[in-house]
Design a protein around this ligand. Structure first.
Ligand SMILES: NC(=O)c1ccc[n+]([C@@H]2O[C@H](COP(=O)([O-])OP(=O)(O)OC[C@H]3O[C@@H](n4cnc5c(N)ncnc54)[C@H](O)[C@@H]3O)[C@@H](O)[C@H]2O)c1
Length: 419
């Protein structure tokens, strides 16, 4: 038995419910609470989750959140979770600058971790997280990342079609994630502050489509050839949260209460849009675009992949559908087929409703929570799970694109993918 195999067996296989804690109570806090609450209803799980404790920042809000979303306890000190023997897995749904500190502390405390994307705001933080996950894996702990779009049945089907060889050699990957909520009226949320978010639309949205492109093609980006970054809205208004803190900056990070803040607005220190071109190892060429200012596009996460035998198109705004072009047919029969991915033969779909009864945004998270529970219990996910090592590859591509834009040069991934 290798040293690696032996060390993985140090953690005795636990049984019964999987005690889960959540940190963060807003957008992803709600999505993940739904997922933990529903996954054992739709999937038969050896170790269903038990929603032990949620950590937030405001005591009253966190208590109300726990009662509403089904958490047994509430706390405003996430570090309490570290010594809680009832918690085996910690779900981190906080802004990006907190991912490293929280994940590493949880892994060192012997917990499994499911952290939101991007892995971190910076490549340096991501490296620390990968090293912590490697050390923790020797004690049997697992570290997952919530790249939820992999679990849309249509995206998982695209992954399978490529794996079955139905697209043949891949020539093109064309991906964009377009939103339009980032106009001048949007205040200086944490998402527009570089020290909290790392980057803007890039880390937020390109992270998803890089992960989807890697997942569907089963291939890796080797080089970012060129990149363009733009911050259109340079100043944004300050807003305060319920604690009187300015736009997501906690007092410990230098944030001030509204009454002590002299200025009404501050500088946005992230991109509003970032576009780049890339090469894949097996020869495909690719374009990626992320923006929060694509007026008319609310959440248009879309990808097209063209191969020698066929092509696929996916657009999250029509998330139950995958478009499929069979190039092996005789020309008179060729055309785009719209596959409604709700049949029991489609990945995940059979766990929900009868054919042509569509699913929605939350189901990607429900399916991911079910896969996390399955893997922790020693089983297999329905399609591959992104762990910290995997998310680090996406993080390297994100970093290469930023360097390429700022240094105006091609950036090979091998320049970054080092420890
Ligand atoms: N997978 C996806 O599709 C998806 C979508 C949106 C956001 N995200 C990611 O999820 C993460 C959170 O984003 P969000 O949209 O939920 O942000 P949000 O601003 O809506 O919520 C952030 C939460 O973190 C909490 N928080 C901040 N500091 C904390 C601390 N020290 N202790 C405890 N709680 C703290 C806040 O109180 C808030 O509840 C980010 O990493 C983001 O990139 C992923």
């Amino acid at each position: 038995m290798s040293k690696d195999q032996r060390s993985k067996e140090l953690r005795p296989q636990s049984t019964g419910a999987l005690g889960v804690a959540l940190i963060g109570t807003k957008f992803m806090g709600r999505a993940h609470s739904t997922a933990w609450g529903k996954c054992a209803q739709f999937f038969d799980l050896k170790r269903p989750p038990a929603m032990r404790v949620v950590a937030g920042r405001n005591p009253e809000e966190t208590k109300a959140f726990a009662a509403k979303w089904g958490w047994q306890h509430a706390t405003t000190d996430w570090r309490e979770i570290l010594s809680n023997p009832e918690v085996e897995l910690v779900d981190i749904s906080t802004p990006n600058h907190l991912h490293a500190e929280m994940s590493i502390a949880c892994l060192e405390a012997g917990k499994h971790v499911a952290c939101e994307k991007p892995l971190a705001g910076t490549l340096a933080d991501s490296k620390k997280m990968v090293l912590a996950a490697r050390a923790a894996s020797k004690r049997g702990a697992r570290a997952f990342v919530w790249f939820n779009y992999r679990r849309c049945p249509a995206v998982a089907l695209a992954h399978r079609l490529v794996k079955e060889g139905r697209l043949g050699r891949i020539f093109h990957v064309r991906a964009s994630y377009l939103q339009d909520w980032g106009g001048a009226d949007t205040p200086l949320l944490w998402r527009f502050q570089g020290d909290l978010a790392g980057s803007g639309a890039h880390g937020d949205l390109n992270a998803h489509i890089i992960d989807m492109a890697r997942f569907i093609t089963g291939d890796e980006v080797t080089e970012v050839v060129g990149s363009l970054e733009e911050t259109f809205i340079k100043e944004r208004a300050f807003v305060t949260n319920a604690n009187g803190e300015v736009a997501g900056i906690s007092p410990s990070k230098g944030g001030k209460s509204a009454s002590t803040h002299a200025k009404k607005s501050g500088k946005s220190t992230v991109d509003d849009a970032l576009l780049f071109l890339a090469r894949f190892k097996q020869g495909a060429i690719a374009s990626f675009e992320a923006t929060r200012l694509a007026t008319g596009n609310l959440n248009r996460n879309n990808i097209e992949i063209n191969g020698e035998k066929g092509a696929i198109k996916f657009d999250f705004e029509r998330m139950n559908e995958l478009e499929w072009w069979d190039h092996t047919l005789e020309p008179k029969l060729r055309g785009w087929n719209r596959i409604m991915c709700t049949d029991a033969s489609h990945p995940y779909a059979g766990h929900y409703w009868p054919a042509a009864h569509p699913i929605g945004y939350e189901h990607g998270f429900v399916s991911q929570a079910a896969d996390v529970c399955a893997v922790v219990a020693g089983g297999a996910p329905i399609v591959p799970m992104p762990d910290f090592e995997d998310a680090y590859k996406t993080q390297c591509v994100l970093e290469a694109a930023v360097r390429s834009a700022r240094e105006r040069r091609p950036v090979p991934i091998r320049e970054l993918d080092k420890f």
